[in-house]
Design a protein around this ligand. Structure first.
Ligand SMILES: [Zn+2]
Ligand SMILES: [Zn+2]
Length: 160
């Protein structure tokens, strides 16, 4: 489970048992999976996602070293992280308490969670190896988008 600030890592066998239990209990066990660059961390989130959006905020830009980060908002309940080597690290922003999860082995940014979005686990869209069944629906924090990359889509561009 990934609830609250204290998270207990599941061992691989526990995680496997949990997925099997979930699959047996749920008649629609659709999930989308992904992993970090080195493969130390795998994750699975329930489908459909709550939302998918491009974030142009300066904190995402800095944390990912990228002009824009596309996030998928997943239901934290039902999401699992397989991290048998204990590679997952969380950077906690001192100003907000928001947490950014990344692989301590390869450095891949993976997750975001914050009290501002209770019950949600945000996952970097690019880290999925499965189809997530939903296209990005908006640009957010557009007021800090870079002017050296063109965005020609028709999606809404929101300032916040
Ligand atoms: Zn890794
Ligand atoms: Zn952002």
């Amino acid at each position: 489970m990934l609830r609250g600030g204290k998270r207990q890592d599941l061992t691989p066998s526990q995680a496997q048992n949990r997925r099997m239990t979930d699959a047996a209990a749920d008649t629609s066990p659709a999930t989308a999976s992904g992993r970090c660059l080195c493969g130390a961390i795998h994750f699975h989130v329930p489908l459909p996602p709550k939302w998918v959006a491009h974030c142009h905020c300066t904190r995402c830009q800095r944390a990912h070293g990228a002009p824009v980060v596309t996030w998928l908002g997943a239901h934290e309940s039902g999401s699992t992280i397989d991290d048998p080597q204990g590679a997952l690290r969380w950077y906690v922003a001192p100003e907000t308490g928001a947490e950014r999860g990344f692989c301590g082995t390869c450095g891949s940014p993976l997750f975001f969670r914050s009290a501002r979005w209770p019950g949600e686990l945000h996952v970097a869209r690019m880290q999925f190896t499965d189809d997530v069944g939903r296209a990005p629906q908006a640009h957010v924090n557009w007021d800090t988008h870079v002017d050296w990359l063109a965005f020609n889509d028709e999606l809404p561009k929101k300032s916040g």
